[in-house]
Design a protein around this ligand. Structure first.
Ligand SMILES: *Cc1c(COP(=O)(O)O)cnc(C)c1O
Length: 394
């Protein structure tokens, strides 16, 4: 398999010379002419049944060639045969749960998870029940009705790591879904460690520029059929313009991820030494659970970190108000630095007891480091931390 740097540039573009183009054609058709009804009927049946392609795309809810090219590229980056794209990360997660519901009554899930994933699983909105377990409890919790095991590593927002291979072993025949949004295929390939489904909120690093909301699941052919059936029936589609923009971003994915990671390591060390910061959780500092997985499971520590402000909620709020270069906003994985307050924003939908249990405290801020010059980001963070210190003293 070629390296992520090469795949990012070339994957999904194989047919271009045959097509006589150099950039991906953007096909915005909602419907396609059917001249031969026999062929049209066969294509319709194939696509509704979950086929990846057919002679005629028929209707854009069933197939779109621009989306399919992005899916093909992402599958190559994750080392899978297939990938299925959706209108958001949560649409992708919903499709996985709906598909899993055909196989069993409940899922096992390990906390912490992205706030809305936690909420979706805990609410039972989609009918499937969730049993919350710790990684070491997976083997004992599995029974004939277990459809799926769900983990997120690095986890949101604590940056705790989970040993994917160990969970896969414990899950035995039950498929494991890894939300790999924080890692991207540049830093981690869960399928190589035995995972069955790799989910990305493509809104984050894959898009990377804060202008596309999307989700994608990389998986084997069987799961892809089930996911495409769900997508065709429920309509959680990725718009082709979004797919085009995601595909356009893949050539720089490695550059963005590695540069942001380089910045993050420096900033994590400086934050940890700042008087206003009580603790920095960052895999590159060894301050998260299973940090030893950096260098093995993960090629590097990534560019997200969480830090605990001395002075709690008030101090965290002051930093959010004082940053000038960084954007005080949810989301992550963008070219620009973003900072947000998990307890007040992304993890608000998680109940207070679960928040407390997983270190989502009133003083916690999550930083998604961008690709700016590191000294400019540090100058900004330092002035914001100093502003919080001065107003605390006043
Ligand atoms: C953002 C995010 C999601 C949800 O994705 P959307 O594109 O916002 O629907 C899921 N998991 C993780 C880890 C995320 O960061």
């Amino acid at each position: 398999m070629a390296h992520p740097e090469t795949l990012g540039v070339h994957a999904g573009r194989e047919a271009f010379s045959e097509l006589g183009v150099h950039a991906p054609p953007l096909d915005l058709s909602t419907t396609y002419p059917v001249r031969d009804l026999g062929d049209g009927t066969a294509s319709f049946d194939a696509l509704v049944g979950g086929a990846a392609t057919a002679a005629n795309p028929i209707y854009a809810r069933l197939h779109n060639p621009t989306v399919a090219r992005f899916e093909n590229a992402l599958a190559q980056l994750e080392g899978t045969t297939d990938a299925v794209a959706f209108g958001s990360g949560m649409a992708a997660m919903s499709a996985c749960l709906l598909a899993a519901g055909q196989r069993g009554q409940h899922v096992l899930a390990v906390r912490p998870l992205y706030g809305t994933t936690d909420h979706l699983l805990n609410s039972g909105l989609l009918g499937i029940r969730t049993r919350w377990v710790r990684p070491e409890e997976v083997a004992a919790a599995i029974d004939v009705d277990t459809a799926l095991v769900i983990i997120e590593t690095p986890a949101n927002p604590t940056l705790d790591l989970i040993d994917i291979a160990a969970v896969v072993k414990a899950a035995d025949a039950v498929p494991v879904l890894v939300d790999s949004t924080f890692a991207t295929p540049v830093l981690q390939q869960p399928v190589a460690l035995g995972a069955t489904l790799v989910l990305h909120s493509a809104t984050k690093f894959l898009g990377g520029h804060g202008d596309v909301i999307a989700g994608v699941v990389a998986c084997n052919a069987d799961w892809a059929v089930a996911l495409r059936q769900v997508r065709a029936a429920t309509g959680g589609l990725l718009h082709p313009l979004g797919a085009y923009m995601l595909h356009r971003g893949l050539p720089t994915l490695s550059l963005r991820v590695l540069k942001a990671q380089q910045n993050a390591q420096i900033l994590a060390e400086r934050l940890a030494a700042h008087a206003m910061v009580a603790k920095v959780s960052y895999p590159g500092l060894g301050t998260v659970t299973q940090a030893h997985l950096v260098g093995t499971q993960m090629r590097g520590p990534g560019s997200l970190m969480a830090f605990e402000m001395r002075g709690g909620h008030a101090a965290a709020a002051r930093v959010m108000a004082a940053v000038k270069l960084a954007t005080p906003a949810v989301s992550l994985g963008s070219v620009d630095t973003l900072i947000q307050h998990p307890a007040g924003l992304t993890h608000r939908v998680v109940d207070a007891a679960t928040q407390a249990q997983h270190g989502i405290t009133p003083g916690l801020l999550r930083l998604s480091v961008g690709i700016e010059h590191v000294e400019d980001v540090w100058d900004d963070l330092r002035q914001a931390l100093d502003a919080a210190r001065l107003s605390a003293a006043a």
